[in-house]
Design a protein around this ligand. Structure first.
Ligand code: ACM
Ligand code: ZN
Length: 750
């Protein structure tokens, strides 16, 4: 039974009489043809649902009866009656997902030539029902003829970077299905966690599903094969195909942590906590790698009836293959000129294996760089030019690039999702708009549709819904209609969207604002001491709950709306709530007393505007493990030379500064750090020079806390820290020393 529907039942109050029609008709996605007629159909306990005798039709009828009961409280029974709801299989309704829905004062009829169409007709009927408990409800008389423009309407969840429990996934399937999204792409493996039980290789989950975070806590989880089967069947009942993604040959650190023999070096490594691209990949020169992958796929395929299997294939740095004797021997044996040829060989072998099992390979657009043949489905993520390349090559294409939901709504609003035309030329971002137009027109039939990926480095079960909704509703209509991208279509959609919010509220969905962030926290030192925490809120009814003892705030913790004064140092945690729903994991702020706080700061070179502003260096707030947390300032290919003016001679016991290493994101520790002090800002005393140990091969984020401790307190007005970067790195560091970063936080003076 649908958990969303149960939630709905609990969320609504007692039986209310619903007199006439509820608000106007507001269906998403908008049906292709909708004609409102005179009158309405009265649905009450006498209504019967009649369906064809086959198993799937019976299941659909039961789903409808349960949906009516959950939404209105009315128990309708099965069986034929003149005055009822009739589901009909009718070959005259052309199209795999097409349906007709006719509501007259006498009867409701849903007809389709397939069970898929029949089910979508049921979902449309649900949207015509009011959200209200009553003994009888009115369904407006309409005639609808409907079919989607695109066959592939998908959403991807990355459950590796953050894990989502089964009931969360099932709640999302309820919602996706309600809006006729028919594809759930389940990104089950990546560097930071392997999430699917494989019986032959138990360490994939006993080891590969768990990582140790920078603060020492363990994080992880996985789905058993029984749970996977349940989710896949839950999705099937809701017209959704589940496509598993097992990443290879890159994004495989979690598998390598479990079975080091998969890698070129065969070295034992931990499951990584670093986001980004990792050079530690599957060894293509070892036959054992293919045995392993085929055995894994051999267990995965029977769990997923989908004809498609996603194997990733993206972001594969070839450095290890270049250094590996087995990989090089294979390259010579096959007569390949470089490691790109090895990637082609790898993808081709996996594709042949999948085809031998009757499955079609899906991969990110890198699979086209030699390798996959035209039978493969290409998921275009690097822009319309890649999309055009794949289409011109003869492949079928699913578009993902414009719909990355990990971009927050202030950068990718509902309107942009709605108005992006996947058969358009790619807009200003595309190099070859003219050429794209021609290719898209000639190869329109190969364009299967699109999907919205939610990469989860920063998404988790608390904030994911605010990233998915309402943007998924815009995606659903975009792909169902295919042709509605103009101002009028947007205005019409936007109006219908407003009618969906009470439904999402009733289902306890923590949806986000349409074009703003849920909340953005900013903290700054107060002139009088302590700090001021400010919340820039995306909803007027959003409330922030906080604690100062490091515990996770709950709905009963102290709260504020826009600002709150934080009087003393400690660990501040804050969580946004709205309408009783928690909207995120806590944002944490490690507050420290700092003599430099709020004092004038002079930098020889400013930090990159993409990360924290220079003020973050002297705000008394320490950065965490995430370089993107708004606390870290970043310098791209530049050294740091920072001077703080304490404004008067000051007794100093220590000076320290933090640097972040996150090699997967090309953030290196400094090569050398000097601490200096001065009375006049002209003459400097070098207090200490540090050359921190750097391990470039270890990808885990690490905080380098470098500090000078005075043996006897000194007096100075100016404090200066100079950090120089590496101009050369070990040969095996992917990409070399160019385009690397220094990330620094607090210049802490005590
Ligand atoms: C991807 O975003 N690496 C497919
Ligand atoms: Zn190798």
């Amino acid at each position: 039974m649908s958990k969303v529907l149960v939630r709905c039942l609990l969320g609504l109050s007692a039986l209310l009489p619903v007199a006439a029609l509820a608000a106007g008709i507001a269906i998403i996605p908008q049906p292709r043809h909708l004609q409102q007629e005179q009158g309405s159909y009265t649905l009450d306990a006498h209504t019967r649902v009649e369906a064809p005798k086959d198993a799937r039709s019976g299941e659909i009828a039961a789903f409808l009866r349960e949906a009516i009961r959950a939404q209105t409280g009315i128990a309708v029974h099965e069986g034929g009656a003149a005055h009822g709801i009739v589901l009909k299989l009718d070959p005259a309704v052309q199209g795999d997902e097409a349906y007709r829905l006719a509501v007259t004062p006498q009867q409701v009829t849903i007809s389709a030539s397939t069970d898929k169409g029949l089910f979508w007709g049921v979902q449309t009927l649900r949207q015509l029902l009011p959200v209200a408990k009553a003994a009888q409800v009115e369904i407006p008389a309409v005639r609808i003829e409907d079919a989607p423009a695109y066959a592939w309407r998908g959403v991807m969840l990355d459950v590796s970077r953050h894990f989502y429990p089964v009931d969360f996934i099932e709640k999302q399937l309820d919602l996706l299905s309600y809006y006729k999204i028919n594809t759930f792409h389940w990104h089950l493996t990546d560097d930071q966690g392997w999430r699917i039980e494989i019986k032959r290789y138990p360490k994939l989950t006993s080891v590969g599903a768990w990582r140790t975070e920078m603060d020492g806590t363990r994080y992880g989880g996985f789905y058993t094969q029984a749970q996977i089967r349940d989710v896949v069947d839950y999705a099937r009942r809701r017209n959704i195909t589940v496509i598993p993604e097992i990443e290879m040959p890159g994004h495989s650190v979690a598998a390598i942590a479990a079975y080091p023999e998969l890698s070129c070096s065969k070295k034992q490594v931990p499951v990584t906590t670093a986001w980004g691209v990792h050079g530690n990949i599957d060894c293509v020169g070892n036959e054992g790698t293919f045995t392993f992958l085929e055995n894994v796929l051999g267990e995965v395929l029977p769990l997923f009836p989908s004809p498609y299997v996603h194997i990733g294939g993206d972001e594969v740095p070839k450095g290890n293959w270049h250094e590996c004797a087995s990989c090089q021997a294979l390259m010579r044996k096959l007569g390949l000129k470089d490691e790109e040829g090895l990637q082609s060989y790898f993808i081709k072998r996996i594709q042949h294996y999948l085809e031998s099992k009757g499955k079609t390979l899906v991969g990110w657009d890198e699979i086209l760089e030699g390798g996959a043949d035209t039978h493969a489905v290409v998921e275009a993520w690097r822009g319309a030019d890649e999309q055009a390349k794949a289409l011109a090559n003869g492949n079928r294409v699913v578009v993902a690039g414009p719909f990355y939901l990990d971009r927050l709504p202030d950068r990718l609003g509902v309107q942009q999702v709605f108005r992006t035309d996947i058969a358009g030329d790619g807009g200003d971002g595309a190099k070859s708009r003219e050429a794209n137009r021609a290719v898209f027109a000639a190869h329109r039939a190969q364009l299967l549709g699109a999907e919205a990926p939610l990469w989860s480095e920063r998404a988790n079960p608390y904030n994911a819904e605010s990233r998915l909704y309402p943007r998924v509703l815009a995606l659903a209509e975009n792909l169902w209609r295919g042709d509605a991208h103009d101002d009028a279509a947007w205005a019409d959609f936007h109006q219908r969207l407003q009618a969906q919010y009470p439904r999402l509220d009733a289902w306890r969905v923590a949806y986000g604002p349409e074009d703003r962030r849920v909340v953005k926290y900013m903290i700054a030192p107060n002139a009088q001491g302590g700090w001021q925490l400010q919340a820039q809120r995306g909803f007027d009814d959003l409330v922030n709950h906080y604690t100062l003892d490091g515990s996770t705030p709950g709905a009963d913790s102290p709260s504020f709306t826009d600002t709150v004064a934080v009087p003393h140092a400690g660990t501040l945690k804050v969580v946004p709530f709205r309408r009783g729903l928690r909207y995120d994991d806590p944002s944490g702020f490690a507050l420290v007393e700092n003599l430099a706080a709020g004092k004038p700061l002079n930098l020889a070179q400013p930090p990159s505007p993409s990360y924290a502003a220079a003020d973050a260096l002297i705000d008394g707030v320490l950065g965490g493990s995430d370089f993107h947390d708004g606390r870290w300032a970043g310098w791209n290919d530049r050294d740091i030379d920072a001077t703080v003016d304490l404004q008067q001679p000051t007794t100093i016991h220590s000076i320290s500064m933090n640097f972040l290493r996150d090699t997967g994101s090309r953030i290196l520790p400094p090569r050398q750090v000097s601490f200096l002090a001065s009375i006049d800002g002209q003459h400097w005393t070098t207090l200490q020079v540090d050359k921190p140990q750097a391990d470039f091969s270890d990808a885990a984020p690490l905080d380098y806390h470098l500090s000078y401790k005075a043996t006897r307190p000194l007096s100075a007005r100016y404090v200066r820290v100079v950090a120089t970067r590496y101009l050369a790195v070990p040969a095996d560091f992917p990409g070399g020393a160019a385009d690397t970063w220094l990330f620094a936080d607090e210049i802490l003076v005590k």
